[in-house]
Design a protein. Structure first.
Length: 347
């Protein structure tokens, strides 16, 4: 990471843990030890203009700010006729002419202003607008690697040590088997363990089994099958069974999110024609979990899985923001997932 301050940068690939790590480093480079406000926006949901407004607007209350614009590789393609009209040199656009999100970003990159850094993220560089990549240049495009299983293990042990909690070798092995190299699932399950355990306590494998509830994985598969079958009644029945068994809506949402991310990862492996011998290493799974993941990945299109993840992310934001009762949010999510299937977004 360069010590020079940044105006705009694009991080490609990686995962949530890696992105948070580099964002923290960028904050330190830009603002030192001062507290930094992070403003998050989603380009896939049409929030590019709002993100740029925040970049260009100063704040008396939060002088140290960093604007995050995620999923710039999923910005909607501009209308070709509009783009053609806007590019005519002999016919300059009026002030009221519509401008697409790529144009807005290109304008900012051509004339950067303000003291607020713009940090963009993308999953796939190939899907990012070529004009945006050209405007950024190689020095402002950074590639992130996915967090390895070894890094997750090291982070888990470090976090437990910081809270003076001991995780036995058997418990650690079970934890890693359940989460694999899915860093989001690992972070979520680790939060559960740390909230439950007291300083000085030892966490054994039985504690992990009870808290992670991997035994209910079949119900999550059943829930995803009901979504795939376009059967909201069946999906809600499975969900209600989980609640009756003592599950919390946020826990169901978390495992659904982990499942959809695993399926999307499996789909990418299949599309890249990765040899079967490499599947376990690539997914961090083995046995029944690996078999089911790869089998079900074939049943969904990549676009449908991304749409499902988008719905899950929105539900997670609603739960964290306290907008609605958790049970209602999760039920609405399940119905929406089934509806996405019905509208043809799946397959």
């Amino acid at each position: 990471m360069s010590a020079a301050k940044i105006q705009a940068v694009l991080w490609v690939g990686g995962d949530s843990w890696q992105r948070e790590r580099v964002i923290a480093e960028l904050s330190r480079i830009q603002f030192g030890d001062q507290e930094v406000e992070r403003l998050r926006f989603d380009a896939a949901r049409g929030q590019t203009a709002r993100a740029l407004e925040e970049v260009l607007t100063s704040s008396l209350f939060s002088p140290c700010r960093l604007v995050l614009l995620e999923q710039v590789d999923r910005i909607s393609k501009p209308d070709l006729k509009t783009s053609a009209n806007l590019s005519k040199e002999d016919s300059p656009p009026s002030e009221n002419a519509p401008r697409n999100d790529i144009d807005l970003l290109l304008d900012y990159l051509a004339h950067p202003r303000g003291d607020t850094p713009l940090v963009m993220t993308a999953e796939d560089q190939k899907s990012v607008s070529p004009s945006l990549l050209e405007a950024l240049g190689k020095k402002r495009i950074k590639i992130l690697r996915k967090t390895s299983l070894e890094q997750i293990e090291k982070s888990v042990l470090q976090r437990c040590g910081e809270q003076k909690i001991r995780l036995t070798q058997e418990a650690l092995a079970y934890f890693l088997e359940c989460c694999g190299d899915d860093v989001d699932a690992a972070q979520q399950e680790l939060r559960k363990l740390l909230l439950w355990a007291q300083p000085g306590q030892e966490i054994g494998p039985d504690d992990c089994r009870r808290l992670i509830q991997n035994a209910q994985e079949e119900d999550i598969w059943a829930l995803s099958r009901a979504v795939e079958e376009k059967n909201p009644k069946k999906a809600l029945n499975v969900f209600n069974r989980l609640i009756e068994q003592g599950d919390e809506p946020i826990a169901v949402l978390g495992r659904l999110s982990a499942l959809f991310r695993s399926l999307l990862h499996g789909k990418a492996i299949l599309e890249e024609k990765i040899p079967e011998a490499e599947w376990s290493r690539r997914t961090g799974k083995r046995g029944f979990g690996l078999e089911q993941t790869m089998k079900r990945s074939r049943e969904f299109s990549a676009a449908s899985l991304r749409r499902g993840i988008s719905l899950l992310r929105q539900a997670d934001e609603d739960l964290k923001g306290g907008k609605s009762e958790p049970l209602m949010v999760t039920e609405r999510l399940i119905l929406d997932l089934c509806q996405v299937e019905k509208t043809g977004a799946f397959r």
